[in-house]
Write a new protein. Structure first.
Ligand code: KIV
Length: 273
């Protein structure tokens, strides 16, 4: 049964049901209260408090610098706004790699301090021990394969991943590994559509694509890209639904003109004794 238009909360079970029913899953990022409220009200299934906040909110060139404290702050803001969507919070670089005890501590902090509903972390076999350890605490985990922006300094570019057979084979086996470990879904970022289709058909948990073609079980975009706020980023996979950077610029220029000319505030916009 479709859950669109109903207030019923989205859970990891809902997502599994949607995959089984062939119903596409929608996911968008949000990092603050006001936009998270709009995203939730519009009926998006999953809100990702992405570590892309490092770029979009803080202006860093990569996702590497954002901290666990920053992610928790953004997740707290989003959580206050959301009634329906499942909230996924990205675990930032350095908070889970290499040591599953640290990973569990980081995930527990996110859950306790932000009231988010689940966490996401990047990588396959390299992080599977951390995934398993987090899951032992009952914290739902979303995986992330393909282009993994936290590893930018290892790969050197943001180009399409897993075009070569060896990397594609590793991605397929990583997806299976994450499914077997107990992840509830996996983001597939910037990989060939044929590979994304193969992975989506070979695992029973939902795949959420970004630059991974139409055959994933759902799609995710960065909200600020979709709204046309971030205009210096135009990958092939991005569809802009608005050109807000122009609209916002025009509105602010108009405001400045109105203040400078004395048109604002008017009589109606002023209080009298
Ligand atoms: O941080 C983020 O916005 C993400 C998406 C690109 C999937 O991880």
């Amino acid at each position: 049964m479709s859950i669109h238009g109903q207030a019923r909360k989205v859970t990891t079970n809902t997502l599994q049901e949607m995959k089984s029913a062939g119903e596409k899953i929608t996911m968008l990022t949000a990092y603050d209260f006001s936009l998270a409220k709009l995203v939730d009200k519009a009926g998006v299934d999953i809100i990702l408090v992405g570590d892309s906040a490092s770029n979009v909110m803080a202006g860093h060139a990569t996702t590497v610098p954002i901290t666990l404290d920053h992610m928790i702050y953004h997740a707290q803001c989003v959580e206050r706004a959301v009634d329906r969507a499942l909230i996924v919070v990205d675990m930032p670089f350095g908070s889970y790699q290499g040591n599953s005890t640290v990973a569990l501590e980081s995930a527990v902090r996110i859950m306790k301090e932000s009231n988010g509903h689940s966490v996401k972390l990047e990588g396959g076999s390299e992080v599977v021990e951390s995934v398993k350890r987090i899951l032992t605490a009952g914290i739902p985990v979303m995986g992330h394969l393909g282009l993994t922006p936290q590893s930018i300094y290892k790969f050197g570019t943001y180009t399409v991943r897993a075009k070569e057979d060896e990397e594609a084979a590793k991605l397929i086996s990583d997806a299976k590994l994450l499914e077997d470990a107990g992840c509830f879904a996996i983001v597939l970022e910037k990989i060939p559509r044929e590979l994304a289709k193969k992975v989506s058909e070979s695992i029973s948990i939902p795949t959420i694509g970004i630059g991974a073609g139409p055959d994933c079980d759902g799609q995710v975009l960065v909200l600020h890209d979709l709204l046309g706020i971030t205009m210096d980023f135009s990958p092939r996979f991005l569809r802009r639904y608005l050109n807000l950077s122009t609209d916002i610029n025009n509105a602010i220029r108009q405001y400045c003109d109105d203040v400078r000319s004395g048109d604002f505030p008017s009589e109606d916009e002023s209080y009298s004794e």
